[in-house]
Design a protein around this ligand. Structure first.
Ligand code: NAD
Length: 371
């Protein structure tokens, strides 16, 4: 396995491979870009088939975090981490060991929740490092970020509906949600509250059942979800669900979901545009969770978090405006906005290195040796 020749290596600043046999820990931490600030991004626990798969995932996800923070106007860089393991086998030693490695990065990377990681796991990590967010409200944290991610996605979806139909008019809309986990379930609840028609699928039958019984959603199979004639297809499971096989089947007008890396390739985004399907860039639509946890760094206020997450609506509108003005697909417009912010600030900021005194000491030592 080579990092530099991986197709998803994208000038990442730092990739750390972590191994602690005594704790059953095998993990990869990827810091993509720290121009805007320390790299913040969640930890994912997944039974990857092999190390290449884990590396590819963490490289893609960390890059996405750079873009997400940049487009959300946050002073944060992009990073992500993955633990290779069975989500059914979690332990205190596993997360505490991981926390010690995070602490070793001295603040260049701040971890948080992602798939298969919950507040309790973050609490274990937090016992070993201050560089963890999404910690329990009892300890001054914001807890589970998924309600905020769902709220942001709901606001972004509103912008997409207004763009397509002139108004959101939820009660006459239909939405197909792929994956009713943490975010998907909250999204289903919000949409049903507005009386939208909501179809759901999940590989866990009990989650589908809950969405049907508690919120009045309609269950469909994992295959059917792509073929539904709906207004919005909302991928809220894992990445890559918009790919050359599924794309020709889509009969929706909008793609707007919380999953990271929904497009198997950027070309899929261009193809959606060509087919007249409005793609709401994933990392912008799902920025609510990041906007929320980022507030923990400066001191958490729930009301302020709620107000800030509303900004997803404006972020999505800006992407649509730029796409139209520049005559480019929405995925490209989002990338351009994020890249232009980073490029403008790069000369003034450089890379984020938490330990400047250490660096200056070493610099002085070297200087005195050379004298
Ligand atoms: P989750 O694990 O709680 O939910 C994902 C759901 O998708 C699960 O219920 C799972 O069973 C289901 N699923 C997996 N594969 C599926 C398939 N092929 N078909 C149908 N369902 C399938 O995760 P989550 O926290 O809700 O996150 C969902 C997505 O949103 C992920 O891509 C995550 O990276 C992204 N995201 C989450 C947050 C957050 O705040 N949790 C923030 C930003 C982005």
């Amino acid at each position: 396995m080579s990092v530099f020749s991986n197709p998803f290596f994208s000038d990442h600043e730092e990739v750390v491979f972590v191994h602690d046999d005594s704790a059953g820990l095998r993990a990869i931490i990827a810091i993509h870009d720290t121009t805007l600030g320390p790299a913040l991004g969640g930890l994912r626990l997944w039974p990857y088939a092999n190390e290449d798969e884990a590396l590819t995932d963490v490289l893609r996800l960390s890059r996405g975090m750079t873009y997400k923070a940049a487009i959300a106007g946050l002073n944060l860089g992009g990073g992500k981490s993955v633990i290779m393991g069975d989500p059914a086998i979690k332990s205190e030693p596993l997360f505490r060991s991981f926390g010690r490695y995070i602490q070793g990065l001295a603040g260049r990377y701040i971890t948080a929740e992602d798939v298969n990681i919950n507040v309790e796991d973050i609490e274990f990590i937090h016992q070993e490092t201050e560089y963890a967010v999404g910690i329990h409200p009892e300890h001054g944290g914001s807890g589970d970020p998924s309600p905020f991610t769902a709220w942001g996605a709901f606001q972004g979806m509103r912008a997409a509906l207004e763009k397509t139909f002139g108004q959101a008019d939820w009660a006459s809309r239909s939405i197909a949600i792929q994956g009713v986990g943490h975010v998907g379930m909250h999204l289903a609840r919000l949409l049903r509250k507005e009386k939208a028609r909501v179809f759901v699928t999940d590989i866990h039958a009990d989650r589908v059942q809950r969405a049907v019984e508690e919120y009045g959603c309609e269950a469909v199979s994992g295959e059917q979800i792509y073929d539904l004639k709906v207004d919005v297809f909302a991928p809220c499971a894992l990445g890559g669900s918009i790919n050359p096989e599924t794309l020709p089947r889509l009969r929706c007008k909008i793609v707007a979901g919380s999953a990271n890396n929904q497009l198997a390739t950027p070309e899929c985004g261009t193809e959606l545009d060509r087919r007249g399907i409005l793609y709401t860039p994933d990392y912008a639509l799902n920025a609510g969770g990041l906007i929320n946890v980022a507030l923990e760094i400066e001191g958490y206020h729930r009301e302020l978090a709620e107000r800030r997450v509303n900004a997803v609506y404006d972020i999505i509108r800006r992407i649509f405006e730029q796409a139209e003005t520049r005559g480019i697909p929405t995925w490209q417009a989002a990338d351009a906005i994020a890249e232009e912010r980073i490029a403008a600030l790069r000369p003034a900021r450089g890379r984020y290195l938490e330990n400047p005194p250490m660096r200056s000491i070493r610099h002085i030592e070297r200087a005195s040796v050379s004298r």
